[in-house]
Design a protein. Sequence first.
Length: 192
Amino acid sequence: GDTSPTLPDPVYNSPDKGCGGLAMIIVIVVVAIVAPQFIGYLQSLPAFAGPVGQAIAFGLGTAGANLVGQIVGTALGIQDGIDWGGVAIAGLTAGLTHGLVSGKEALFDFGKGFGGDFLRGITTNTVGQSVNMAFGRQEKFDWAGVAVSGLSSVANSYLDGKIGASGATTFGGRLGQGVANGLRRGLVNNAV
């Protein structure tokens, strides 16, 4: 199954501004670089030991990466200011899903393979939609989105096993691999 961190989705609340696609790619690359660094650093601190601490660290790291992505998006003109609700939603969703299904000591272990990947995907989507509804960002539950998320989780896990790991050992190699995998995941999620 997928054990890589889920990158936060940058919030674009001004799609008619800036240099569009290129600016969005720059934001994605920045978030792809920052998220694992924030999350890894926080999870290495003794204060975040244990499953609950790791989930909190994952949420805080994701919120921080989301904030950085929004700052870059604002600087590039594709977003109007910081969406603090988006920062909170990213952190809360990431922390909850990490604690429930994706962390090493997650509450639920769905195992490996198609079934486990599908269940992780639908659980992650369900948590995300629930948080968005609680914050008033979503009016009703999107069941089709749940199914699509399960399928994209399966597809991404399969591709991770085939092309996800290059054995890169240098910072530049790992960075390039991470950015390429992040872009590929985004393409798969949009295609499914």
